[in-house]
Design a protein around this ligand. Structure first.
Ligand SMILES: [Zn+2]
Length: 403
């Protein structure tokens, strides 16, 4: 791999022909069209928050260095030219920003009056309204740029190495870089696009940030049954995302048809897994609604996010609800049954006392002297229902609880 350093390129040079696409949230071109600021393997522009972007402009105004920028040089013919001639008219190569697109997009947007900075006077100033000396300070700021040329795999390896400063890429952003190609481009247009009108609906089921690829990650997780890397690798050169989109839509449509309610606890549930396990069952949405409301108002249901799978599975697996307390009817029923059996056989109605050899082995406790206990421990998946309930005297219940 060939690497060259240039320290004479200015902010103004890079901003020549700068285009920012508001719709896609991407800075597109610079350096008179030779530079692709946000190639497809890059994440979206995330500095537009009035803090990170303003900090970039502040650094330029204070003449602080902006840090290293990394460009990849892409040759389109065999023309050999010296690094000093890069970016000139003789240079037929194009360039992609490998690292630095957030910084470049920030000063590019400032220079095109997309956001103001607040001056010492407390007043917002757009670029066009700055004093000439300040404009000049920004325009003439020199950048430090590493330009590299090499094979795709060399460049990707380099990308992983240099990607250590600023906001680190998350797993999905790295996966997008590694598997970059037409599939990732199309998938990002659909699932990483905050302008997509479906986001509002999807956000009821999906946790995270569209721009940080959390929606794309979820869509891939569902269709690939958790094997995102393998799926992205297999589909890397596909020119469509039909399967991904169809599967995702099926899951969301199914979830929203079974559950008419939209509750906070639905966000981030494994809807793809639920879809796989339950979508061939039929559900009556009105009954589901009623059951859901009942469980939401049930004091003993500790885990509301478990209500959805509980209902889908036919309301049998109470461990999903983290119900740890037996209700009064269950306790009374078990107490009565144990007590009548104990009286008939002349033993204690506490089964543990009945096995002992002291005076308590024939003692009949009152219900308020006993507590309900899980036969199979709740922590081992034991349900909180009558089949798993036994009444113990308070001493034995406490002793068992301490084990
Ligand atoms: Zn006992």
């Amino acid at each position: 791999m060939k690497t060259d350093l240039r320290t004479d390129i200015t902010v103004e040079d890079v901003c020549n022909g700068f285009v920012y696409n508001e719709f896609e949230g991407r800075g597109l071109f610079g350096l008179g069209g030779k530079l692709v600021i946000q190639p497809e393997y890059q994440r979206n522009y995330i500095y537009a928050n009035g803090k990170d972007d303003v900090a970039v402009v502040d650094s330029l105004l204070h003449e602080y260095p902006l840090g290293l920028l990394y460009f990849v040089r892409i040759r389109h013919d065999d023309t050999e030219i010296a690094p000093e001639e890069y970016f000139t008219d003789q240079d037929t190569a194009t360039y992609e920003v490998l690292d630095g697109q957030q910084r470049i997009t920030s000063f590019g947007r400032f220079k095109t009056n997309k956001f103001p900075i607040i001056g010492n006077d407390g007043v917002p100033h757009y670029y066009s309204g700055l004093a000439d000396d300040l404009k000049k300070r920004i325009d003439e700021a020199k950048l430090t740029i590493y330009i590299c040329e090499g094979s795709e795999s060399e460049i990707k390896a380099w990308f992983k190495t240099i990607n250590i400063s600023g906001k680190p890429l998350n797993d999905q952003e790295v996966a997008n870089a590694i598997h970059s190609g037409p599939f990732v481009t199309k998938a990002k247009e659909e699932f990483s696009n905050s302008q997509n009108s479906h986001i509002q609906k999807w956000s009821a089921y999906i946790k995270g940030d569209v721009k940080r690829q959390d929606y794309l990650k979820t869509a891939l997780e569902w269709v690939s049954k958790g094997n995102i890397d393998a799926y992205m690798s297999q589909h890397r050169y596909d020119d469509n995302i039909s399967e991904l989109k169809t599967y995702f839509t099926s899951v969301i449509d199914w979830a929203s048809s079974v559950f008419m309610d939209v509750e906070a606890e639905m966000k981030g549930l494994p809807w793809g897994e639920y879809y796989e396990s339950y979508h061939s069952n039929s559900y009556n949405p009105a009954d589901v609604h009623q059951k859901l409301q009942e469980l939401y108002s049930d004091y003993y249901v500790k885990k509301r996010s478990g209500v959805y799978e509980y209902i889908l599975g036919g309301c049998t697996d109470t461990t999903l609800l983290e119900v740890r307390i037996f209700d009064d009817v269950t306790k009374k029923t078990v107490y009565n049954r144990q007590t009548s059996e104990a009286q008939a056989s002349g033993k204690s109605n506490c089964p543990l006392c009945a096995m002992g050899n002291d005076n308590n082995k024939t003692r009949i406790y009152k219900q308020n002297e006993m507590d309900a206990d899980h036969v199979t421990a709740w922590s081992n998946g034991g349900a909180t229902d009558i089949s798993n309930c036994t009444m113990l005297c308070k001493t034995h219940n406490r002793a068992k609880g301490n084990k």
